[in-house]
Design a binder for this molecule. Structure first.
Ligand code: GLC
Length: 740
């Protein structure tokens, strides 16, 4: 610790006392410095940055990841500035640092908080070896629109699943002791409702009612705050006319007054400066004022705070207490991270990065993330003894960078093990594995290589097609209006199908795709998202039955992009569709009289059901649920309901199943979803094994925000399901009574 700081702060005093003591010593200029985060992506310290650090004008840097440079940045801040306040060093460690886990949407498909927590822990350890002490993750925006590029970065469409996995990521990044080596501060983003961008176009307007905001988009952030997340990041979004970085309702009324959050809020990149672009303010001075008053504590990248806050305070337009509160929030985090005692990073930690534990963690996550969407005609698993030649075809079979997915700034494609290599390693000594890329990338057009692919497939026992999207087709600012397989991939599928050979599709993508135009052309589909560094070995193990697929969809797969938004926990409407009420566009008499009687909420050309529903995923085992029952038909408000079912594996191989609990509140003072996930358990069953799946639900878990925006559970009747997908039909009911 810097001598001057040490002289002021008794290390035995509380964090709050230390914050207060330091704050009392700071000039206004130094306070505003703490509220400023600068980009520092060079592998050296530029003169101007060094000067700013010495002047105490910088509280944090982002994108510095070379440990020597980071230590020099810290040294200047700690030893050459007046107060010696160490830096927060931020980086987007979203789903891995050098060793890359599946994209978060793929991790969500594991429905396994332990796997997600372990992945975040490995990521934190690897990042911390470079001096990074803060990640801009987890991204917990509820995403119901597969056109949106950042659905790849999200944990899917459901609040309950996102809550559980968001908490797991916060715990993984921060560990049990935030000041311990290998723990880094986390950042719940993007606050809030970023995933509700109109038409799935990134950065677009969101119009979300307060009731929907509270019941859906805010809940994961509340869960993250309750789990001790250190920081939040504001979204770029215009939320009902007030962009998040200027939104006092979000940042003070909800985050501070209701949730008692005591960490700090960072803007997104330039998002304070964007307030003027949105048209909320007339100039950068106005943007700085609006953001500071609203409750943004630190400004990322832009300099509206550095340029304007001192003048605003000195002119009396901004109360200095707002600045003091923001700086206190930032200093609190630095003390909690132990940065004053340990600002520097040891240089000899290379044994941590990319080690066997990291790779095992990445492989386990990839294995459990893959969702088997189809498996007919006994196509999978492939049985080595029955095969002599296997055709591996497609642009994503041997694409080490693409399989890593979006947001992999520090990922090492050299470390990737591709499906092509993994299949060779697993079975190449027994089987002739023949590879044809056929397309340079996923957007490729039909070409002569298609002929070669067809010929190789013709001469093989089975064709495995590696299709999908390369990583750059999802992620920030990379939304798509058409979510079919890009390029001529569907044509390639048709050409290979025409050989009459068994066809297996392995799809790597950053979003749910509309697979309607190929689903009937293949015998099996493994949807692998972007599976990360160890995606290859995981996919090979699944293809050849070393492990059974166990992933479940964290987001709905539409039949057509025009169905979006489509998600399982929708409202019933006053005219809910049923199979009987659907009319297909081809079946309408051209002279049919105009009528709406008996008509319901569906599309003439798509119906109302998805291609694959939330929670769906197949296994090589055969899971069966029966005997669903509740222990009490009536439960008193404030008590618990126990729900059981028998789950059996009627198959011939061991498998893991994610048993899911759904509930419907039949009547509410606001309309309630037709069903909501309220529990899940990942269970491993041997062939022939039967287990009792039990969920114990407290009535508080059925609470929702009503018309008065208060969180409450209402007495009344409920339906309850247990099954292996959100469209399970195994249902019973219970009643909540209030005899108080
Ligand atoms: C980006 C993203 C945000 C990220 C930040 C820093 O624009 O919106 O998620 O953490 O900038 O890279």
């Amino acid at each position: 610790m810097n001598a001057s700081v040490a002289s002021m702060i008794d290390e035995n005093s509380s964090v709050e006392q230390r914050v207060a003591a330091l704050l009392r010593e700071m000039t206004l200029d130094e306070k505003i410095g703490q509220m400023s985060q600068l980009n520092a992506s060079e592998n050296y310290v530029p003169q101007h940055l060094g000067d700013e650090l010495r002047a105490g004008h910088v509280g944090s840097v982002l994108n510095a990841v070379e440990v020597g440079t980071v230590n020099e940045l810290q040294r200047i801040a700690v030893e050459e500035s007046r107060l010696g306040i160490p830096l927060l060093v931020g980086r987007d460690v979203i789903h891995g640092f050098q060793t890359i886990m599946p994209i978060p949407l793929g991790q969500a498909a594991t429905w396994n908080p332990d796997v997600v927590r372990q992945g975040a822990r490995v990521s934190a350890h690897e990042a911390a070896t470079t001096g990074v002490n803060w990640t801009f993750a987890p991204m917990i925006d509820i995403s119901r629109d597969a056109r949106w590029g950042r659905i790849a970065e999200s944990l899917g469409e459901d609040v309950y699943l996102t809550n559980k996995l968001a908490v797991a990521m916060v715990e993984g990044f921060q560990g049990d002791d935030l000041s311990a080596n290998g723990s880094i501060a986390s950042c719940a983003k993007h606050f809030a409702a970023y995933g509700a961008a109109e038409s799935g176009r990134d950065y677009a307007t969101t119009n979300v009612s307060e009731n929907e905001l509270r019941n859906v988009y805010l809940r994961p952030f509340k869960a993250a705050v309750e789990a001790g997340v250190t920081t939040l990041m504001t979204s770029f979004s215009d939320i009902d006319g007030v962009p998040a970085s200027g939104n006092e309702f979000l940042l003070r009324d909800v985050l501070r007054d209701e949730w008692n959050f005591d960490g700090f809020v960072v803007s997104d990149w330039d998002s304070i400066r964007h307030l003027q672009v949105h048209g909320l303010t007339a100039n950068e001075k106005g943007s700085a004022l609006q953001a500071a008053v609203a409750g943004v504590d630190m400004e990322m990248a832009s300099s509206t705070y550095r340029d304007n806050l001192a003048g605003l305070v000195e002119s009396g337009q901004l109360d200095v207490r707002i600045v003091d509160d923001a700086v206190a929030n930032i200093l609190r985090t630095k003390f909690r991270l132990g940065l004053f005692e340990n600002p520097y990073t040891a240089l000899d930690q290379n044994n941590i990065v990319g080690n066997a534990h990291a790779l095992q963690t990445a492989k386990k996550a990839a294995l459990q993330s893959v969702v088997m969407l189809k498996n007919e005609n006994g196509a999978l698993p492939l049985v080595t003894e029955e095969l002599s030649t296997v055709a591996v075809i497609g642009p994503l079979a041997d694409a080490p960078h693409e399989q890593l997915g979006t947001w992999i700034f520090d990922g090492s494609a050299e470390q990737s093990v591709t499906p092509m290599h993994a299949i060779h390693s697993l079975v190449g000594h027994d089987i002739d594995v023949r590879y044809v890329r056929a397309m340079e990338n996923s957007r490729g057009r039909a070409n002569e290589a298609f002929d070669e692919a067809v010929a190789v497939a013709q001469d093989s026992d089975v064709a495995i097609l590696f299709l999908g999207e390369e990583s750059i087709l999802s992620g920030e600012a990379h939304s798509r209006a058409d979510i079919n397989l890009p390029g001529d991939q569907a044509e390639l599928v048709r050409r290979i199908r025409a050989t009459g050979k068994p066809v297996i599709a392995v799809i790597l993508a950053g979003r749910p795709l509309t697979l309607t135009n190929i689903v009937d052309e293949v015998d099996a589909i493994l949807f692998a998202w972007h599976p990360g560094t160890m995606g290859g070995p995981a996919i090979a193990d699944l293809l050849f039955g070393v492990v059974s697929p166990s992933g479940k969809l964290p987001a709905t797969f539409p039949r057509m992009v025009g169905q979006i938004p489509i998600y399982y926990n929708q409202k019933n409407t006053g005219k809910p569709p049923t199979p009987e009420t659907v009319v297909h566009i081809d079946d309408i008499d051209t002279h049919a009289p105009q009528t709406s009687l008996g008509m319901t909420a569906f599309h003439l050309d798509a119906g109302y059901t998805p291609l694959f529903p939330f929670g769906f995923g197949l296994s090589y085992a055969k899971f069966h649920y029966e005997n669903l029952r509740v222990a009490e038909q009536e439960t008193q408000l404030g008590e618990t309901i126990t729900i059981n079912a028998e789950l059996s594996n009627r198959g011939s191989v061991v498998g893991e199943e994610v048993a899911q609990l759904y509930v419907r509140d039949l009547v509410g003072n606001v309309t309630r979803p037709v069903r909501e996930l309220k529990g899940f358990q990942r269970l491993r069953l041997e062939p022939g094994e039967t287990v009792t799946v039990e969920f114990v639900l407290h009535t508080d878990e059925l609470a929702f925000y009503g018309r008065n925006m208060q969180l409450m559970t209402e007495p009344g009747d409920f339906h309850v399901w247990i099954g292996g997908s959100s469209d399970t039909h195994l249902r019973t009911e219970f009643r909540i009574v209030d005899n108080h």
